[in-house]
Design a protein around this ligand. Structure first.
Ligand SMILES: [Zn+2]
Length: 455
């Protein structure tokens, strides 16, 4: 029986403010106007020199390497990888990969798959063959490349593994989750004893996790039927097929040389240790903690663990108030308010103290659940002390002047009521509730209104 043998080269955009070798803004959003974040360096003008590499990109790459359990190398030369293509006017890409390079990280392991190496490199520009135009906004963005051993045995395994990887990278806040991941996938077939049955085929430029899975399934079936030669193919997402691009290039074709314009990156042990300390608990650890420490069921634990900010917020709240009580206030109510405002927790300023106080007020029956939800709605963009500004008003002393004022302002309504119009009374209650931001206790308002009108 033939089996799949598959390895991945995954590319992800690092989450930095600036590009790798110039100080142009690093913008990754789609639909941006072309060529607005550019300079002589990232458009490859003759004579333009690279600036020293973006330190933040190096830091984040080291964090990723540590997260993947890689050994981090300390002396990293920048290579020039030469090729001619309209997306690369300077004629070479700066990378830490390729012949004679020293990878930033080696020999890691993530979720039972060995990581062979990890590199830092720059993205080329985007060339549109239909219009002939090149957009340099992307040119020079820092990318990481993660190379796995060819250990995947099924397309499903790839799909789940890459999803876990992306989830962990999002916890690290090191890659741009909106930009997604791209991958080159190498596929061949082996028999039960591990002997190669087909030549290794590399499928380039796959731009989503779904497409990775589909491309691998297609290649497996194609090679099972017709065998393969060593070549590079591309995946056509609209047709769901792979097509021949070229026969496999040798690494020599890229004429790798060390870049004379760039100094090697020197990473000392201290620097590497400091980056390692910044790595948060990963999703698998969080999930186990939620279930064991906070007694959260697996389904809700998965909802909480989707977003590192949400799960960390839950843990802080759960250390102050019963986690099970807090759970729906986060997985349902907090997420509802954030979704409604189209924000992430990170975009707003909701303090654990204010949130916990709000939950205590519900628990101690100082406010109703409905009132708490209304207060929570107002926690975006910034929370406040819910007891000071939004508590239920039960004090007659506090309510009397408000009600007197409303009676004075609506003399005609009061007369209507005295003349037998019952609806007018409800109107007055409504006005008091509006004036108190719905904080007044309606029973006390009713009682006071009756008393003061009779006066
Ligand atoms: Zn630039």
């Amino acid at each position: 029986m033939v089996k799949l043998k598959c390895g991945l080269e995954i590319h992800a955009y690092l989450l930095t403010n600036e590009k790798l070798f110039c100080r142009c803004k690093a913008s990754r959003e789609r639909g941006l106007e072309s060529n607005i974040n550019i300079c002589p360096t990232c458009t490859g003008q003759p004579g333009a020199k690279p600036m020293s590499p973006n330190l933040n990109a190096v830091e984040k790459a080291v964090q990723i390497a540590s997260m993947l359990g890689c050994k981090v190398n300390s002396n990293l030369p920048w290579m020039r990888k030469h090729y001619d293509w309209p997306d690369l006017p300077k004629g070479y890409q700066n990378t830490m990969s390729g012949a004679h390079a020293v990878p930033l990280g080696i020999n890691g392991k993530f979720e039972n798959i060995n990581i062979e190496s990890m590199h830092l490199e720059e993205d080329p520009a985007a060339w549109d063959p239909k219009t002939g135009e090149t957009d340099y906004n992307r040119s020079g963005l820092p990318l990481v490349e993660i190379v796995t051993a060819p250990e995947f045995k099924s397309a499903d395994e790839v799909y789940h593994w890459v999803n876990k990887l992306v989830h962990a990278l999002n916890y690290l806040k090191a890659v741009d989750s909106n930009a997604g991941v791209k991958a080159d996938v190498n596929v061949s077939l082996i028999d039960d004893s591990g002997k190669q049955k087909t030549e290794r085929v590399e499928v380039k430029n796959i731009t989503s996790i779904d497409a990775m899975k589909a491309a691998i399934i297609y290649e497996f079936e194609r090679q099972s039927k017709e065998g393969s030669i060593r070549e590079t193919r591309r995946y056509d997402e609209s047709k769901g097929i792979t097509m021949r691009m070229r026969s496999k290039e040798k690494e020599d074709d890229y004429r790798f040389i060390e870049d004379p314009d760039l100094m090697s990156v020197e990473l000392n042990k201290n620097f590497i240790d400091n980056q390692r300390k910044l790595i948060p608990e990963l999703p698998s650890v969080k999930l186990e903690k939620l279930i064991k420490k906070y007694k959260i069921d697996a389904k809700n634990a998965a909802i909480l663990a989707r977003d590192v900010d949400i799960v960390e917020f839950f843990e802080k709240v759960g250390d102050k108030i019963d986690g099970k009580f807090a759970l729906p206030w986060i997985t349902v109510e907090l997420l509802r308010v954030l979704n409604y405002n189209n924000k992430k927790l990170n975009d707003v300023s909701i303090s654990v103290e204010h949130f916990t106080k709000l939950l205590h007020m519900v628990k101690d029956k100082k406010i109703t659940e409905l009132q708490a939800k209304q207060i929570l709605n107002k926690f975006v963009p910034q929370s406040f002390d819910p007891s000071k500004t939004e508590g239920k008003i039960e004090s007659e002393k506090e309510l009397e002047p408000i009600i007197k004022k409303i009676l004075k302002e609506h003399e005609k309504v009061v007369i209507d009521y005295i003349n037998g119009d019952v609806k007018s009374f409800n109107y007055l209650i409504g006005e008091v509730m509006r004036a108190t931001n719905r904080r007044a206790d309606s029973n006390i308002v009713r009682k006071l209104l009756d008393k003061l009108i009779k006066k």
